[in-house]
Design a protein. Structure first.
Length: 163
């Protein structure tokens, strides 16, 4: 006698509910809470991460438009509460027949980045978490080169930036 699809689905749901009670989580890492927000966690000493982020933009009216951005990042923790992140980014464009845009088909390197983070307060041992981030951003002008440094304080979900 074959098992019906509804019986099988009910069995999977019941089994999933029973297994969830036996799972133990180590803790919540708030570094990547949401896609647009960075939490105060930095990780543990010796930890390494590689991240890749792809952003695509497609379809403009009246032509062919494709733009893809690729960002690659390597993060590591050389000391407790201190994280270093290095990255690079690329962009590809394939544009033809779109009003207001030049026809273009190219792949280009966009640059490199470095980000330093130091966690002053740990959310597990203190009243809240607080991480200071510093991201030097070189800006080149035809008149005069200058160096800008962006400093950001992050505290478990809230972000304040000073320039």
């Amino acid at each position: 006698m074959p098992i019906s699809a509804k019986t099988f689905q009910a069995a999977v749901v019941c089994l999933s509910a029973l297994l969830a009670g036996g799972v133990h989580a180590e803790g919540i890492d708030t570094e990547h809470v949401f896609g647009f927000m960075i939490g105060s966690d930095v990780g543990t000493v010796g930890e390494r991460e590689f991240q890749s982020e792809t952003t695509g933009r497609f379809a403009k009216n009246g032509g062919n438009y494709r733009a893809v951005g690729q960002q690659l990042e390597l993060e590591f923790l050389p000391a407790q509460n201190f994280r270093i992140e290095m990255g690079t980014s690329f962009a590809a464009h394939d544009i033809s027949g779109v009003m207001g845009f030049d026809d273009r088909r190219q792949l280009s390197w966009q640059g490199v980045s470095v980000d330093f983070r130091y966690r002053f307060l740990d959310k597990d041992t203190g009243p809240f978490g607080l991480t200071l981030a510093m991201k030097p951003t070189p800006t080149v002008s035809m008149r005069r080169p200058r160096q800008r440094c962006e400093i950001t304080a992050r505290n478990s979900g809230w972000r304040s930036t000073g320039k």
